[in-house]
Ligand binder design. Structure first.
Ligand code: FES
Length: 106
């Protein structure tokens, strides 16, 4: 089994056991990771699942699509490697990925 590590804005870490197939938002909320709300249930309509990836992982996961990009434009802490976790499907090759969380969600 692999791991995905979530790091809060103040450095708290939450290591989760990788389970492929669900969205990264569902993965985080299912593991009780604080700082990801997922208010819209994963339909790219709330922006409360903002995460910041390391650039090497963004290369692997891929960039945001147009609808996601519109939502990300409204997030105050957007970074060049920002994504919405509900738009990322967890896969086995994400073992070891570190996901940073903003201080505030929308
Ligand atoms: S859960 Fe609402 S945009 Fe991701």
């Amino acid at each position: 089994m692999g791991k995905i590590l979530f790091v809060s804005h103040d450095g708290d870490t939450h290591e989760t056991e990788l389970v492929a197939g669900r969205s990264l938002m569902q993965h985080a909320t299912g593991h009780g990771v604080p700082g990801i709300d997922g208010d819209c249930g994963g339909v790219c309509a709330c922006g409360t699942c903002h995460v910041i990836l390391e650039s090497r992982w963004l290369d692997r996961v891929g960039a945001s699509g147009p609808e996601e990009d519109q939502m990300l434009c409204m997030t105050p802490e957007r970074q060049p490697t920002s994504r919405l976790a509900c738009q990322i499907t967890v896969s086995a090759d994400m073992d070891g990925m570190t996901v940073r969380l903003p201080e505030f969600q929308m």
